[in-house]
Design a protein around this ligand. Sequence first.
Ligand code: SAM
Length: 255
Amino acid sequence: MRPPKLTLVGAGPGDPGLITLKGIEALRTADVVLYDALANPALLDHAPQHARKIFVGKRKDLHSATQEEINTLITSLAFKYGHVVRLKGGDPFLMGRGGEEIEVARAMGIETEYIPGVSSALAVPGLAGIPVTHRDVSKSVWILSGTSSSGGVTEDLKLAARSSATVVILMGVSTLQEIVSIYTSEGKAGLPVAIIQNGSTESQRSVSGRMSNIIDLSAKAQIAAPAVIVIGDVVRFLDPSTKEATHSENKNQLR
Ligand SMILES: C[S@@+](CC[C@H](N)C(=O)[O-])C[C@H]1O[C@@H](n2cnc3c(N)ncnc32)[C@H](O)[C@@H]1O
């Protein structure tokens, strides 16, 4: 048996072509792969047949592994089988709890490696035509979570709403009303907003408008998670041809 090792691998935003070569190399030497809902399952084909492939993501109406259970799985499987690859959507260190997993493994004396991934925060807007910064429009970008551990939006959102930077919000579909109300109270009801669902997959779809009408528009379009919210003048670059999924067979669809 090989010495215990944990490799955190960024799976990218959904398109299986958006993983790194290093990520693929890590999968090729995996004894166990623990994968999330936002990691495209097609990537498991890079792992050897003998490797155990264990889903630890969230599935509607079913028990999902808690973070504590995942931490325990990582360490116990590394000691039992050797190389554990933790395949996580986007980049493991951006709102992915990758930092905690590395910490737990290190504390148990397990060798660790981090292989960055293409984050949805930048790639999903980009693939819909929106550069998150643009010399003439926005020089910086804030990336925020739309939900805090206590349920509502984070205090940081109030600061972000005052900034002139592009704001990218992950996990914000369920708190859209709160987000809109914060921006509206800052006098920014006219600010452009886009919401992009299932970015980089064949089921990518999006909606765009202004703070004042985005709630109605996204409800009508039935936009649901996983989705990225982009706020700011760069939204004008949204490519209309990427708005609706053009394929009915969603091979790359995220769970
Ligand atoms: C737990 S966070 C993980 C983010 C991930 N680590 C990353 O770097 O992309 C999950 C959120 O990322 C966003 N997300 C991830 N993949 C996406 C995709 N393909 N399309 C739209 N949003 C996505 C959604 O906001 C989703 O709720």
